[in-house]
Design a protein around this ligand. Sequence first.
Ligand code: ZN
Ligand code: ZN
Length: 452
Amino acid sequence: MVSLTFYGGANEIGGNKILLEDKGVRIYLDFGQSFGFGEDFFYEYLAPRKANGLEVFFEFDMLPRTPRLYSEDLLKLTDLKYQKPDVDAVLISHPHADHIGHLGFLDEGIPVYMGHGAHRITEVYHDLYPALSDIGEHKDIRLFGSGDILKIGHLKVQPIHVDHSIPGAYGFIIHTSKGPVVYTGDFRIHGPRADMSEEFTKQATAAKPRALLCEGTRMAYEPPHNYSEAEVEQKSSQLIKASKGLVLAYFSMSNIDRFMCFYNAAKKNNRVLVLGTRLAYIIRSMKDKIKVLPDVMTDKNIAVYFRICKSCTFNEKDYFVWEREFMPRMVTYKDVSKNPRKYVMHLGFYGLMELVYLQPKDADFIYSMSEHFYEGDDNEEQRTVWENWMKHFGIRFHQVHSSGHASESDILSFIKQLNPRTTIPIHTNSPDAFEKAGCEIVKPQKGETLEI
Ligand SMILES: [Zn+2]
Ligand SMILES: [Zn+2]
């Protein structure tokens, strides 16, 4: 008997935490944090402190009370007695927080498998945001590449790269005693590395899957525009060309494809892409893994923005040690405001304060993040603040984005091609929309176990 228990990722977008058990072998498919995690009980400073362990989360049923899973330290004040873990592996599909966010709770001895690129990203984010991005002190991290075969007990697992909005994304084919189980992780077909998703599709089809755990972020949801990554680059380039002033752009710092779009679009229009020091650090740290990335230290179409600090003199003592290496590439608000048409500048919500110093005239802002984020009801307060800043400085606002997730029609043809005996919708708010695939759909519930 093979069983699947859904501790997260059922009837929700993200939070994947799925236990697969087969003849005594136990593996978790991702160990992520749900997007709304804690919002019912925590508010601003009403949140767990360093001294708190898992007792806080158990109190509100926010984490499963599963023995032999969590680290000894975090169980001290709970009613779960610490025992050696009985989990054989945690397989990480990719390094987004909704897939890795709870790794820090796990017993340090449990083997965690992830791709080389994924591991690099977790390290870089930990350097930059030690308090926010912490996967724990795992003693046994095992790195894989596409095409490797992982042997976990009697299970054979094939990780195969897929295209998503972050590097180091994989789907898995898990060969169980009841036949192959395919897990998509998060993926898309319309991205610049569609070839990787096609390879995954081909191999998953050839495996003749018994069950398919398929992400459905965009089921029953179509964004206003269905741009490919190439179209994002093209549209951004047109906007940059037409702009009479500074162009500001906001995109996720872990989205390397999007970085390349803006880099190429800036270069095409003879502008310099200005990165904050954190983004510069990420791009520099990923360079040896992703060869197409430009060299932040020498590329003439890249500059690094240093914010004004205490001394107002841009003295190196004002900045973190890791930031100082970018000082030879420094531009400040003075450079950018003197010659705004020379630059395209990455600027997020928490960087808007820079506009006070930049005093842009005739500027354009290209918002290149998920429409969910900007249009969702939850973000209303933030959106109003954003809009006020745009209005105050007379900045024209544009939205250009390409999703990291496959469209509904791509998901339906993916399922048809794989032709699994059972399809299990995960990472979706619309499991019913999978019925359109016309095959057996089994909808999981949180905390429930399915047998295959
Ligand atoms: Zn996800
Ligand atoms: Zn993701």
